[in-house]
Write a protein that binds this ligand. Structure first.
Ligand code: DC
Length: 226
């Protein structure tokens, strides 16, 4: 399989990360979760009591921010590290979901994370998911996908995911968070979430997980055969 860049963008909670992870595994590609980087940044600002909306705080926060990914030797899952500390579970909590969109509106923060994402994707053979991957991070990606799903389906999936990690949240609370994040992510000035003209839309509302993955693998085959 030729080493290409696969950019997956879309709304919050429509299964981008889990799908991207599985596609990468099947292709022997590297998976990069760009949302985890924004989440780790939000946690960093909270830990240090810094406001992403104050220029001096942003400069200070970015100076002391170091994000990396490491594979867990037991589960073989990739996990997120913030300044050397494993924050994989903490960044998935509702506390961070409620703060992350604000952090992601800040130009300087985006510039720093995009630079790191581009470096990570330099070698190709990469699947990266997020909101601006096809538009800003890898505008030359060989395959661009835009994933959607209705908000009810997304909220139910997210609730199950949180429950699996021992966090209880009501469907209403989750739905409101997804809708608020979609609204902020789509309407911000800096790199808003949008479907670029050369992206292929995949609506996952009525697809099973393996159907989602297979659809993408088929598209990869088409792209790499051309
Ligand atoms: O993919 P996720 O839900 O873990 O992302 C968390 C937030 O980070 C999301 O609400 C918007 C922001 N984000 C972004 O602005 N750009 C990206 N490339 C990835 C995520």
């Amino acid at each position: 399989m030729n080493k290409i860049v696969i950019a997956i963008d879309g709304y919050s909670g429509c299964g981008k990360s889990s799908t991207a992870k599985e596609v990468a595994k099947k292709l022997g590609f590297t998976y990069i979760d760009s949302g985890a980087m924004y989440r780790a940044t939000a946690l960093h600002f909270l830990n240090k009591n810094l406001s992403p909306l104050r220029a001096a705080d942003v400069a200070e926060g970015l100076k002391s921010l170091q994000i990396s990914f490491q594979q867990n030797p037991t589960t073989h899952q990739q996990e997120t590290y913030l300044n050397g500390v494993n924050v994989e579970d903490e960044i998935r909590t509702m506390r961070i979901s409620e703060r992350v969109s604000e952090v992601a509106t800040v130009k300087e923060i985006r510039a720093a994370l995009v630079a790191q994402q581009q470096k990570l994707g330099q070698q190709k053979g990469v699947v990266m998911d997020g909101r601006d991957i096809g538009s800003v991070v890898f505008p030359e990606a060989e395959l661009k996908l835009f994933m959607t799903a209705d908000v009810e389906t997304r909220a139910k999936r997210r609730q199950l995911e949180l429950l699996g990690k021992g966090e209880q949240a009501s469907l209403e609370e989750i739905k409101l968070n997804l809708e608020t994040r979609d609204e902020v992510d789509s309407n911000r000035t800096e790199s808003p979430l949008l479907k670029v003209s050369d992206a292929i839309e995949i609506d996952t509302s009525s697809l099973t997980f393996s159907e989602q993955v297979e659809q993408i693998i088929d598209l990869v085959k088409k792209v790499t055969l051309n």
